[in-house]
Every structure is written in structure tokens, then in C-alpha cells.
Design a protein around this ligand. Structure first.
Ligand code: NAD
Length: 515
């Protein structure tokens, strides 16, 4: 249990100690509906504010985050359990990276873009204007409880939208912190709204007059949300689960690959959407690799994330512990070998030993379902094609990593993998860098969340206007008499492949058009 609900309160607990850290009021239905109405009203004001003014508010948020980073990191670690080092790096620094990027580049990215129309349209100009969408419903998970919301909130605000954000109830204390930062930034009332509660609060939000949903969470809930959005005919971005493979080729530096895969699999206690959840190692280095990574796993310091030396904190709750035990038991029953770890740690909090499994195969849950824990299942392969086939043998397609000193092999494998991101000789870092797309394939979701996904592109085309003898009218206007033959010639001039063929087509016809 890392939260319970009682008398309209969410009680939040520290997953490392099971101590209560705060009570947060559940937002009731009338209040959620009122907030959505207010956000609709605020949209009119916020969307018409100039971009520099919006950026000023983002800068206020950015400044508060920097000046209060220590308090923020403590709250994240207390409510989510991750080590302080990760709270600073993967939550606060990542948030600031996104904010800084859009504060610097937002105006340019969102400025009107002129489109080259080509010589056929000498009097016309086209450009794209990026309009805001409206009120965005943002529903987020507990595993990156500060960075994920702020990444979406930044793009929502800079593009001129207003929002209602629902954090996972598990991390309501961090949601409160986010609400507090938003309020203190001075952002106009009604623009930025936070609601608290579980799926019931999400359902009310989804039933309201929102204009888009950005959902990050499990594939099962994502499918339900997709159905609701389909019925409402509103756009949705789904960032869902993963079962990310790592492929290690014979020519890899084993120390480097083992260290990188260890971090990619175990950081955040393995509870990242893009955690390495399956490792495929080429036969020649398989034994050395499994020995090396097991020895590194044994050196990890497990404990309360607030303690400086802690590498691995607790899992978020009891359900996670039960799921991981189930995956390991299933694997062992089907022949897997536990090289190290394999069981929960008896102490307060939800601690599980980082685990290395070998002799695994694709009939096991640990190689098919999202484990979301500190477990590294390793499988041997002979040929590279076999590794690609195994890596693609999952219902998920979020990310993958390839470990080799041969760039050509790396690129070839990367292009063959059926997923949205591939890291070569690293993993997990730069997850969702603001300048790069982050999108899942297959059951890992759809709809990326680039800045443009928070806008409605509007194409505006204008003609300089008709001046007799100087600027012609559009040549396709009435009357048609005599034009069919000219159009036929025009098609040849434009689309015949060789110059000679084009030249034989009638230039006289073109002159006719321009009259
Ligand atoms: P979850 O799907 O259980 O919950 C996510 C959010 O949805 C929470 O706010 C929750 O309250 C709400 N919710 C839960 N049930 C709901 C329902 N029936 N209707 C409407 N809303 C509902 O996910 P989680 O356990 O909080 O997070 C872990 C999952 O998120 C993992 O699968 C992980 O891979 C995924 N994730 C994906 C990304 C990505 O970028 N692709 C990033 C982080 C996490």
C-alpha cells in the first residue's frame, strides 16, 4: 500500500518506510466539472496571450523549480521511493531540460511556417499557423511523477492550451507539489488545474468537455481511454507500457555493456516504461556477460532513497512485489535459473532483490509481460537475425538498445527493430528529449507528444489578386471551353519523366493558361 482512500482523502505513504507522508483531498465530481468550465473560459484569455507572455509564466515555474530543487527532490523520493540522485537527475533536471528548450525555442517552433508551392502557383502563398486545441485532459502515472507531468504541461501551456491534470493517486503528494508550483507562478486562474483521485476522477474528467487527452500509463487503461476518445471524436496521445529488449553482440565491450544494461534495467527499481526488460546476448560472450552483470548486481546498495549511498530504492507498492514474484516463479517453473536475487527483502517497505535470470525463453511471463521491477532476464542467441526476431517478438514496441562496437551492424539492427526509439551503446537516458520524437509502436501507444501535437495546424493560402495584363486569374476557373486539351498537354509537360518528352509537349498551352 502506498496510498489508501478514506473519507474523501487520499493518504500517501513512503514506499521505503510505509510511513504516512500526507493526506490529499479527493476532488469531487461537481468540482471537476466546475474546473473544466473554468478552463474553457480561461482558454479564451490564455490562447490570445502573446507567446512571450506565456514564456514569462513558464520562466516563473522554471525559477521556482530551480530554487526549490532540494525540497522537490525530497518530496519525490519520499512519495515515490526512487533514490535522491534519480529525483534530481531524471525528474528535476529532465523537467528543466524540457522547459529550457521550449522557453528558448518555443517562439520559433510555433511561428508561422511558409510553404513553398512551386512555379505553378506564382501568385499564391501558403503558410501554416499553429492554433491551440482547447482544454487538455492530462492523466499521468506514478513512475516519473514530476518530469512526465511537467513535460506535458510545458507543451500544453506554451501552445496556448489550458489543462486539467490528474496525477496517479499513489503520488498525490507530488501532485500537490506541482499544483503549488503552478499556483505560485502567478499563472492566470483557470489555466492550470490539478484534480486528485483514482480512476473515478479520471472517468469524470474524460466525460467532460475536454478537447484532447494526453495519457501516460498502462496499455490496458490506455485502450479504455482510446475507446472513450474515439466516441467523443477527440484526439488522444497514448504513451503506454514497454518490454524493451537489449541486444548484446559478440564484439561489445563486456564491462561497458554490463554497466549500461544494469542501469537501464534497474534504475527507478526497474519501474520505467523504457526499462530494459529482456537481454539477448550473443553466444561467444554469454557466460562472461552473465557473470559480469551478476557481480555488478551484487554490489548494488538497496535501501531508502533518502540515504546517500542507496542505488536502488523500493518498489512503489505491494502489487508490484506480487507481480514480480509471480513472473519469477513462472520463469523458474518453466526452467529459468536465478543467478542472483530472486526474492523480496524482509523489512519495512516494498523492497525486492535485484535479480538476474538465465535459461529464459519466450514462453515465460518475464519475457512477454511488463515486469516493471529490478529483474534482468538474459537469453543466448547465435545469429543476429535471430536476436532481431526475438527482440521484435513482443506485443510492445517502445524502445530498444543495441550494444556493439560495429556502427554498421548497430544501424542495421536499429532499422530492423519494431519500436519507436533505439539507443546504440546506451539505454533509457534522453528518454523523451524535447527535440526528439517519443512514441510507441504496437501496444506501446500512438500519437507522439511533440509541441505540434498540442496544436491544430491551420493552412492559410492567399493570392496576391488579379491585375489585368499583369497578374492572371487562377487558370482552373471557368470557363472550361478549350482547356481539356491544354490540361492534357500540361500533364505531359509536368509529369513526363525525360526533358525531351517534356519539351515535345505544348508550351503554347502554358502561355494560354497564363493569359
Ligand atoms: P495506470 O494505467 O494504472 O495509471 C495511469 C493513470 O491512469 C493514473 O493516473 C491512474 O489513476 C489512471 N487510471 C487508472 N485506471 C484507470 C481507468 N480505468 N480509467 C481511467 N484512468 C485510470 O499506470 P501506472 O501503474 O500508474 O503506471 C505504470 C504504467 O505506465 C506502465 O505500464 C508504464 O510502462 C507506463 N508508462 C509509460 C510511459 C511512456 O512514455 N510510454 C511513461 C511512464 C509510464
Amino acid at each position: 500500500m502506498s496510498y489508501t482512500t478514506k473519507e474523501n482523502l487520499i493518504e500517501c505513504f513512503n514506499p521505503a518506510t510505509q510511513e504516512k507522508i500526507s493526506d490529499v483531498q479527493i476532488t469531487q465530481e461537481p468540482e471537476i466539472r466546475r474546473m473544466v468550465k473554468k478552463a474553457e473560459g480561461a482558454f479564451l484569455i490564455w490562447s490570445s496571450l502573446g507567446i512571450q507572455k506565456k514564456i514569462e509564466y513558464l520562466k516563473n515555474i522554471y525559477d521556482i523549480i530551480i530554487s526549490e530543487k532540494n525540497n522537490i527532490a525530497q518530496t519525490i523520493t519520499k512519495n515515490n521511493g526512487k533514490p535522491l540522485a534519480e529525483s534530481y537527475l531524471t525528474e528535476i533536471a529532465s523537467t528543466l531540460q524540457v522547459m529550457e528548450y521550449f522557453i528558448k525555442n518555443g517562439a520559433n517552433l510555433l511561428s508561422n511556417k511558409e510553404i513553398a508551392l512551386g512555379p505553378l502557383y506564382p501568385t499564391k502563398k501558403s503558410f501554416i499557423e499553429y492554433e491551440p486545441i482547447g482544454v487538455i485532459g492530462i492523466i499521468e502515472p506514478w513512475n516519473y511523477p514530476f518530469y512526465l507531468p511537467f513535460s506535458v504541461i510545458t507543451k500544453t501551456l506554451i501552445t496556448g492550451n489550458t489543462f486539467i491534470f490528474k496525477p496517479s493517486s499513489t503520488v498525490s503528494a507530488i501532485g500537490k507539489l506541482i499544483e503549488d508550483i503552478l499556483t505560485r507562478s502567478g499563472i492566470p486562474e483557470g489555466v492550470a488545474n490539478v484534480i486528485y483521485g483514482d480512476s473515478r476522477a479520471a472517468d469524470i474528467l474524460l466525460d467532460s468537455e475536454i478537447d484532447k487527452v494526453v495519457f501516460t500509463g498502462s496499455a490496458s487503461v490506455g485502450k479504455k481511454i482510446a475507446e472513450i476518445c474515439l466516441k467523443k471524436l477527440i484526439p488522444v496521445c497514448l504513451e503506454l507500457g514497454g518490454k524493451d529488449p537489449a541486444i548484446v553482440i559478440n564484439d561489445s565491450n563486456i564491462d561497458y555493456a554490463a554497466g549500461g544494461i544494469l542501469w537501464g534495467a534497474i534504475s527507478n527499481c526497474g519501474q520505467a516504461c523504457a526499462s530494459i526488460e529482456r537481454v539477448y546476448v550473443q553466444a561467444e560472450i554469454y557466460n562472461e556477460f552473465t557473470d559480469r552483470i551478476s557481480s555488478l548486481v551484487r554490489q548494488l546498495k538497496i535501501g531508502d532513497g533518502l540515504v546517500d549511498e542507496t542505488d536502488v530504492g523500493p518498489l512503489i507498492n505491494e502489487e508490484q512485489l506480487i507481480k514480480i514474484e509471480d513472473h519469477i516463479n513462472d520463469a523458474v517453473k518453466k526452467g529459468a535459473k536465478v543467478l542472483c536475487g530472486g526474492k523480496r527483502i524482509v523489512r519495512d517497505g516494498y523492497f525486492f532483490e535485484p535479480t538476474v535470470l538465465t535459461n529464459v525463453n519466450h514462453s515465460m511471463k518475464v519475457m512477454q509481460e511488463e515486469t516493471f521491477g529490478p529483474v534482468i532476464p538474459i537469453m543466448r542467441f547465435e545469429e543476429i537475425e535471430e536476436a532481431i526476431h526475438l527482440a521484435n517478438g513482443s506485443k510492445y514496441g517502445l524502445a530498444a538498445s543495441v550494444w556493439t562496437s560495429n556502427n554498421d551492424i548497430a544501424k542495421k539492427i536499429a532499422s530492423s527493430l519494431n519500436c519507436g526509439t533505439v539507443w546504440i551503446n546506451d539505454s533509457l537516458f534522453l528518454q523523451a528529449h524535447p527535440a526528439c520524437p517519443w512514441t510507441g509502436y504496437k501496444e506501446s501507444g500512438y500519437g507522439s507528444s511533440t509541441i505540434y501535437d498540442f496544436t491544430k495546424p491551420k493552412h492559410i493560402n492567399f493570392d496576391k489578386g488579379y491585375i489585368p495584363g499583369i497578374r492572371p486569374k487562377s487558370y482552373w476557373w471557368y470557363p472550361y471551353k478549350g482547356k481539356a486539351g491544354s490540361y492534357s498537354d500540361l500533364i505531359e509537360v509536368l509529369y513526363k519523366p525525360t526533358l525531351k518528352e517534356k519539351a515535345t509537349a505544348s508550351f503554347k498551352t502554358i502561355l494560354d493558361f497564363l493569359k
